[in-house]
Design a protein around this ligand. Sequence first.
Ligand code: GYE
Length: 325
Amino acid sequence: MILNRRKTLTALACASLAALVSVAPGMAQAADKALTIGFAQTGAESEWRTANTDSVKAAATAAGVTLKFSDAQQKQENQIKAIRSFIAQKVDVIILAPLVATGWDTVLLEAKKAKIPVLLESRSVEVKDPSTFATFVGSDFTEEGRRAGKWLIENSKAMTGDVNIVELQGTVGSDPAIERKKGFEEALKADPRFKIIRSQTGDFTRAKGKEVMEAFLKADGKKINVLYAHNDDMAIGAIQAIEEAGFKPGKDILVIGVDAVKGAFEAMIAGKMNVSVECSPLLGPQLMQAAKDVVGGKKLPRWIKTNEGVFPAEVAAKEFPNRKY
Ligand code: GYE
């Protein structure tokens, strides 16, 4: 009898344990559902962007997320199409790296109506209804511009007379191009010695950076003291143009970039570039966390900021081995 009871108890215990075991994964799935995320990327215009894509893809894999990736090849219309297709496929979350700041109202409203949260990454938007996106994960681009300006103030003290600057802007109408220009001008405006004598877009690419710098050099040649490029790729393209025109980049013309990608460190170590203001593309892990949180009903902060520094050429060789992008 005792034996029987014990047997029954054991059987019961086993049954309830089995029930628990069979329930547990189901419960875990409900709380931690495997997400499907659509990612509307701008393109592959720069070293930064490639590192950003890699970061999001790796973080998605690590988080068990199914990622649907779309490369818009630097065309807003392609991004809009991708978002509409993600809505039709009923993804759980959409990540958008908006090429430019405006023109998103309609499609973001469509996502909101479909109850699909949108996370902005790497660039922000200007929309009438800010509730059409859940958060922006990325940098303070105005501050990056200010940091570039402050570096120049500190490092041009020995220069006499006007400091003639040429500026290579990022993609026209993009958030980082607008803000990096604004922050830089703000930092320099107190001192009339600093003159931005030419400013044009190089679309964040090496090829365009080189092409536009060639035009700047043709027009102003010897007059140019400083190049401020809104990203390192354009600076690297421009360095080639400077050399081909017979000047020494980093010496005859100071070269300031933004991003702090490996290519910039190589140029700094070679003595051809003077400084790069950091902008981290490694946003994948924060994006996956934000996606989980928003699906789980948490309210996200409006802006999930990245922490960044400034790397002048003097520290480039020491820092190079630590760089992750
Ligand atoms: O600085 C540039 C790029 O949106 C922050 O886009 C990003 C910028 C980055 O292609 O290199």
